[in-house]
Each structure stands twice: as structure tokens, then as C-alpha cells.
Write a protein that binds this ligand. Structure first.
Ligand code: MG
Ligand code: ZN
Length: 213
């Protein structure tokens, strides 16, 4: 029996263990955390800003600005009054659980109810690194075309919610917003899909509802 236990332990990778530690830290502080993934320019930061503006009274959210370098997103969060941590990966194109731990240690977790972890702009490898969040959310923009779900299914498959942003551009870019929605629900029938325009706040209330905030 102890052999089986050892084997199970071995199967849990270092990444999974680090993610589990984050999860415990978040749960013990009663913080619901969401990993926001998506390509650069898809609108991840804007969506977090809009959610903050429309968050039900009494809820305090924080944000982790995951970027390779710089503080552009972090500066936006601070400007919006959101407690934030600037998490630069330096060279890595994804966040990992140990990096995120640094932000969890630095943020006032006891004062937060919700934490948005904005991953590095990338549709591929963040999918391989669990962070210990409650849900993984993918944001796509119609400017990326209509075949992103079919091309990179892994991230979509393991997420529980797809945000299709910039739907006001559908005609201009000649992309049918239903296409990525159908592709997503085909591989992930239990997932939710929300259409948004982060610029004017369209769909943000539905997103807040879908996240049960
Ligand atoms: Mg951003
Ligand atoms: Zn990477």
C-alpha cells in the first residue's frame, strides 16, 4: 500500500505540487483566484479592469500582472486602484506556480476576495503550467481570426470559460463570432462562452455572473 502511495507521489510533478500549495494558500485565505490566459492584445487586462468597475459591492479584488518584462499592465491595475503585483518572468513565456507564489506572498491576501492572475500573452504553453487557481479562463479576440480553438485546443480544453472579446469588430475583420464558440463547445461541452466588448463593458455583467462573483 505504501508503494502505491509513493507512486502517486511521483506522478504528481513538481509543478502540480506547487500549484496545490498555491491552491491551499488561496483557500485558507478565502480568495477565489482565476487564471486569465490568452494572446497578447486579446483584452485580458481590459476585461479585468471592467470586472473591477462592475464588481458587486463589498467584494475586493486583486490582480497579478504577468508579463515577460515591463509594468504596463501593472500600472493600469494600480491606476484603477486594484491591489496588484507586477510579476515579470524575464524570459519565460508563461507563468508557473512558483512564480505566482511570490505574488501571493506579497499581496494582502487576507483583504482580498478575488484574485485575477493575468498570464503572459501566449495561447500555447501557459496551458502546461497549473497555477492553483479555481478556474482557467481563456480570452480571445476576433482580431485573431476564427480558428484559434482548432489550432491550439489544449488551453481551451482545460479551461472552464471562454471569453470572445471585441465582438464589435466582427464585420470589420470578417469573422463570425459563432465559429470559435461552436469549436469551443465541441471540445468542451461543459464550458461557458461569453461575448464581450471590454472597451464599453458589453458582456461584463454576464461574465461576472458566470464566475459567480
Ligand atoms: Mg495585458
Ligand atoms: Zn512558455
Amino acid at each position: 500500500m505504501s508503494e502505491v502511495e509513493l507512486e502517486d507521489q511521483d506522478i504528481l510533478s513538481r509543478e502540480d505540487r506547487a500549484a496545490e500549495e498555491n491552491r491551499s494558500l488561496l483557500v485558507s485565505n478565502h480568495v477565489r483566484a482565476f487564471d486569465i490566459m490568452g494572446a497578447t492584445g486579446s483584452g485580458k487586462t481590459a476585461i479585468i479592469e471592467r470586472i473591477n468597475e462592475r464588481l458587486p459591492d463589498g467584494l475586493q479584488m486583486g490582480a497579478v500582472a504577468g508579463d515577460v518584462t515591463g509594468s504596463a499592465d501593472y500600472d493600469r491595475f494600480k491606476k484603477a486602484g486594484i491591489p496588484a503585483y507586477n510579476l515579470n518572468t524575464e524570459s519565460k513565456c508563461h507563468l508557473d506556480a512558483e512564480l505566482v507564489r511570490k505574488s501571493l506572498k506579497a499581496l494582502p491576501l487576507t483583504e482580498l476576495d478575488i484574485l485575477f492572475v493575468e498570464n503572459v500573452g501566449n495561447l500555447i504553453c501557459p496551458a502546461n503550467f497549473p497555477l492553483g487557481c479555481e478556474k482557467e479562463i481563456v480570452v480571445v479576440s476576433l482580431t485573431e481570426g476564427d480558428d484559434m480553438v482548432r489550432k491550439q485546443p489544449k488551453m481551451f480544453l482545460q479551461s472552464s470559460l471562454l471569453v470572445i472579446n471585441k465582438v464589435y469588430l466582427a464585420q470589420a475583420v470578417g469573422v463570425d463570432p459563432e465559429r470559435p464558440r461552436e469549436d469551443y463547445l465541441k471540445i468542451n461541452p461543459d464550458g461557458d462562452v461569453i461575448f464581450t466588448n471590454a472597451r464599453d463593458g458589453t458582456g461584463i455583467d454576464e461574465l461576472i455572473q458566470a464566475l459567480n462573483l
